[in-house]
Write a protein that binds this ligand. Structure first.
Ligand code: PHE
Length: 357
């Protein structure tokens, strides 16, 4: 049998026979080995391959021999290529089957894009939770703008123009686009203007809550210039302070479990009487600790019976209807829930902190 010859030889029948037998034994050797099969492909059919070279050399033969030599070479090339392709397909198929059998596809492995998962902000979480609690008591949700008119934020809520209670809620004034059109715009200092908006839109009876952002000129460990409140309003015939107490007791129990609650007289121009509501300290349970300043109580909200003047401002007859309202700080509830000592943490967007809650 002819040795593979290195010198380029024309495609004589002998040469073709030699090439075929070289190839056949090489193929038998390479069978089942993907890499060896690919090497074989380029050795014979690549740009510098033996068959490629033979085909090229046909052109150098005397014209009379070219036709036969060309046909024979091409035929051989097709035959060998078919054999190689078949061997490659068989090898790939076998490799796939081996992979399946070996169970190498481990579906329990983490994906490559194992990104950390996001979550709702703690304030959003408590707002949703509180909204759920009040929804179960039949309250629906109302909203209002954060940039509010002086009329809704103060006047309709019974704050006379020069009343000192306005100073307590000193705020950020916004220059209106057309100074003649609107008297004054403020970043709302509380969610109470939504009481007015809802009563004017819906009349009585009405039972709504309104969560949202509010703004005040305030900043320390428990105050931030922007914070969140949930307003509540229930107006109907025969509503009394007892209803206020009942609703808030259920709310506090749902949120913090069974605990003492007390109402202290307080003042807000839009309620009469007005109260502030304390609950027994969620940290010490009432025995007194640093957080509750050793009083055993913590204030969680302001509330009261809607002032008759406010009902009148909303075209509701105060002789027929009465109601109560409250406003509570959602951020403070989040602070109590997760024992956060500085309110500013909630608004710094530091995931190292938020990830701990
Ligand atoms: N709006 C008041 C505040 O921001 C809270 C409040 C709401 C008080 C409703 C009474 C009734 O402090």
């Amino acid at each position: 049998m002819a040795e593979p010859s290195s010198a380029p030889t024309g495609p004589t029948p002998e040469v073709l026979t030699a090439v075929e037998s070289d190839f056949t034994s090489a193929l038998d050797h390479a069978r089942g080995n993907g890499e060896a099969l690919q090497r074989l492909r380029s050795e014979y059919f690549g740009p510098k391959g033996r068959l490629t070279g033979l085909l090229r050399s046909v052109g150098q033969l005397p014209p009379a021999e070219r036709r036969d030599a060309g046909q024979n070479t091409n035929k051989l090339k097709q035959k060998l290529e078919a054999g190689l392709t078949e061997a490659i397909e068989a090898q790939e198929q076998a490799a796939r089957e081996a992979e399946l059998k070996s169970g190498r596809l481990d579906m329990s492995l983490d994906g490559r894009l194992n990104r950390p998962q996001g979550a709702f902000h703690p304030v959003t979480r408590v707002i949703r939770e509180m909204t759920d609690i009040f929804a179960r008591m039949g309250f629906s949700v109302a909203t209002g703008p954060e940039v509010e008119t002086d009329g809704y934020n103060f006047e309709a809520l019974n704050f006379p123009p020069d009343h000192p209670a306005r100073d307590m809620q000193d705020t950020f004034f916004v220059r209106p686009p057309d100074a003649r059109a609107i008297k004054a715009l403020v970043l709302r200092t509380h969610t109470s203007p939504v009481q007015i908006r809802s009563m004017r839109a819906q009349g009585a009876p009405i039972r709504v809550i309104s969560p949202g952002r509010v703004y005040r000129c305030d900043e320390d460990r428990t105050h931030s210039p922007m914070f969140h409140q949930i307003e509540g309003l229930w107006v109907d015939e025969g509503i009394s302070l007892a209803h206020l107490k009942g609703v808030l007791t259920s709310f506090v129990t749902a949120l913090f479990g069974e605990r003492g609650m007390r109402l202290r007289p307080s003042f807000f121009p839009f309620v009469e009487p007005g109260v502030e509501v304390d609950i027994q300290c969620v940290f010490c349970g009432g025995s007194g600790c640093r957080v509750c300043k050793h009083t055993g109580w913590m204030e969680i909200l302001g509330a009261g019976m809607v002032h008759p003047a406010v009902l009148e401002n909303c075209n509701i007859d105060p002789e027929r209807y009465t109601g109560f309202a409250w406003g509570l700080g959602a951020d403070r509830i989040a602070m109590l829930r997760w024992q956060i000592d500085d309110l500013a943490h909630l608004f710094r967007s530091d995931v190292r902190f938020l990830g701990q809650l």
